[in-house]
Design a protein around this ligand. Structure first.
Ligand SMILES: Nc1ncnc2c1ncn2[C@@H]1O[C@H](COP(=O)(O)OP(=O)(O)OP(=O)(O)O)[C@@H](O)[C@H]1O
Length: 191
């Protein structure tokens, strides 16, 4: 995913290719490697945790540990997409703590109807997306976390229902405060 970013020490000089463990300096080759390692790690048992920010970071670390030294660590530069700037790095920790406190206060969305779960999960995901804690891999960590959250709340999930383009459009709408499309997608994804 292409970002608007400040001059980025995580990239190879003069490029927008992120430094990576395989030392791939070609963007397409890195995308392919990243995707293949992501799928491999996503098939493995995921780190367990308390559905909190450390757990969220552990998920990102698990999924991207083969590709990036900084897997699981928050970004330190400002980034945005399509004209939307995400949370400034100095506020990431406090914002993520606030969001996960909200989730805990809501009993991790346990005991809700499908529609109510979907609406609240859409809100949590929209908030996490607006923070965008990592330099890369946010979307995939969001969906992995959503799966864990849904299963913890007693739903079964069908990842195949999630069309990547529709997820992205819904996520962009949520950035401007309209979480309805995201909630509808989540409602269709859980049973
Ligand atoms: N213009 C935008 N405004 C807000 N959010 C956006 C925008 N464009 C994309 N997103 C969201 O950003 C997330 C993608 O972030 P990132 O590229 O770090 O993740 P990824 O896992 O590497 O990529 P992808 O989700 O495309 O596989 C997705 O949730 C996507 O819907």
């Amino acid at each position: 995913m292409v970002y608007t970013a400040e001059a980025d020490p995580l990239c190879y000089p003069g490029t927008s290719v992120l430094r990576n463990k395989a030392e791939l300096q070609d963007a397409d080759a890195l995308d392919e490697f990243e995707l293949s390692m992501f799928y491999t790690r996503a098939e493995e048992p995921l780190p367990s945790g308390a559905l909190d920010y450390p757990h969220y970071r552990a998920l990102h670390h698990h999924l991207f540990q083969d590709v990036y030294e900084w897997a699981g660590q928050p970004r330190t530069i400002r980034i945005g997409k399509g004209g939307n700037w995400f949370c400034y790095p100095e506020y990431i920790a406090s914002e993520m703590a606030r969001i996960f406190n909200e989730l805990a206060a809501d009993n991790y969305l346990v005991g809700l109807s499908r529609a109510a779960f979907a609406a609240k999960a859409a809100h949590i995901l929209a908030e996490i997306n607006a923070v965008h804690p990592f330099r890369e891999g946010n979307g995939r960590t969001q969906l992995t976390f959503l799966t864990i959250l849904a299963e913890h709340a007693g739903f079964t999930v069908d990842m195949d229902v999630l069309d990547p383009d529709r997820v992205m459009q819904a996520m962009i709408a949520s950035f401007s405060g309209d979480e309805s499309a995201l909630a509808a997608l989540i409602a269709a994804f859980i049973r």
